[in-house]
Write a protein that binds this ligand. Structure first.
Ligand SMILES: *Cc1c(COP(=O)(O)O)cnc(C)c1O
Length: 371
């Protein structure tokens, strides 16, 4: 049996021969960072592709979260989800703010809007939801609540590159949205990210903040940070943008194969495509009911590894269980029953643009045969 390693993800790489001339051009220009030619090109190209007006490029996907909170001077408490990558909550902590965890919807894994109001206190100033696995949050309901209570909304859209609802980018929802272009994501610049806002003045402030607060050669308007994307990764990002649509199409075909084979397996729940949504197939999570499937999630996770297949338990453990946060009142498992259930059941199957037919079959064989 072919036992080639299959990882949960594999990076989308531009053609090396296409990259060399761009590197040569960067060498000729001798301008390596600080809003250079390729940085500006990529900002424009990303805004066009994603269907947003104001986008600032960042050096990773965590600093836009931290900077969004700074840009709007968020204070006190921020309502968020425990069912995410740790960076979401860490960004709140790095601003000296208190994260308040709210439980999630079982159907999507996204924050449950109906549980937000109960978590609001006089100190609440913002909501930080996550479009988990790229599935859009209930943005309309979240906006209604934010409007009533005067709260800002920052979407962690790290999983939601290119996701649209009825042709409209979900990055236009809320006050700001953040993206990650980490190597493991649908679209990557090796490390990278972006912050999307909705007006020119705010973009200007964000651009000051990502460059130490410099508003001119001798003017510093805020205690900013250094979060600038360099020219080499910007040029790489321009090349990867050209092939991201075909990468998403390949992911979709893989998702369809997984779904066709798994839809009738007892004890395995899948996420469904939502009508009107352009999904990006960033992840392929399955949720395992141990009793009905006849094997626990962790046993299947280990069984796959015996076959040299590495799924990932995104998102287990929940952020609310880590030492920095578990003492918070909102981190009490009794407050987060659905999130705990999902974290205990989830397994993300290998999903990347060049996962081949044979790889998909190997994954499916292990799941179908439970051995
Ligand atoms: C990947 C990710 C981030 C962080 O992005 P980096 O680019 O790795 O800093 C933030 N939030 C979520 C939900 C992520 O998956």
């Amino acid at each position: 049996m072919d036992n080639k390693l299959i990882t949960v993800t594999s990076p989308l790489l531009p053609n090396l021969d296409d990259f060399i001339p761009l590197l040569k051009d960067i060498w000729d220009r001798k301008w390596l960072t600080n809003n250079g030619h390729y940085h500006r090109e990529l900002e424009k190209a990303l805004a066009d592709y994603l269907g947003v007006e104001y986008l600032s490029l960042f050096t990773n996907g965590t600093l836009p979260l931290i900077t969004a909170l700074q840009a709007m001077r968020i204070t006190g408490e921020v309502i968020t989800t425990p069912y995410s990558f740790v960076a979401t909550t860490h960004s709140i902590w790095w601003n000296g703010l208190k994260p308040v965890f709210v439980d999630v919807e079982e159907s999507t894994g996204n924050i449950d809007p109906e549980k937000i109001e109960a978590a609001i206190t006089p100190h609440t100033t913002a909501i930080m939801p996550v479009h988990v696995y790229g599935t859009p949050c209930n943005m309309k309901r979240i906006q209604e609540i934010a409007d009533i209570y005067g709260l800002k909304i920052i979407y962690d859209a790290a999983h939601a590159f290119g996701v649209k609802v009825n042709g409209e980018s979900i990055l236009n929802a809320g006050d700001m949205s953040t993206l990650s272009f980490h190597a493991t994501k649908v679209y990557n610049t090796i490390e990278g990210g972006a912050l999307v806002c909705h007006d020119a003045a705010t973009k200007k402030r964000i651009d000051y903040l990502k460059n130490f607060g410099f508003a001119g050669e001798t003017t510093v308007v805020a205690p900013g940070i250094n979060s600038k994307m360099d020219e080499i990764r910007s040029a790489y990002g321009l090349l990867n943008l050209k092939q991201v649509d075909s990468a998403i199409a390949n992911r979709k075909a893989i998702a369809e194969k997984y779904r066709a084979a798994l839809k009738d397996v007892a004890g395995i729940r899948l996420l469904k495509d939502i009508e009107g949504v352009r999904h990006n197939y960033a992840y392929f999570p399955i949720f395992i009911d141990e009793k009905k499937y006849g094997m626990s999630r962790d046993a299947l996770y280990a069984k796959l590894q015996e076959h040299n297949i590495y799924g990932r338990r995104y998102f287990y453990p929940l952020i609310s269980t880590f030492s920095a946060y578990k003492g918070l009142e909102s981190a009490n498992p009794a407050n987060l029953p659905v999130a705990h259930k999902l974290a205990d059941q989830v397994l993300c199957l290998p999903m990347f643009a060049d996962l081949d037919e044979e790889g998909v079959s190997r994954v499916l064989d292990v799941i179908a045969n439970r051995k």
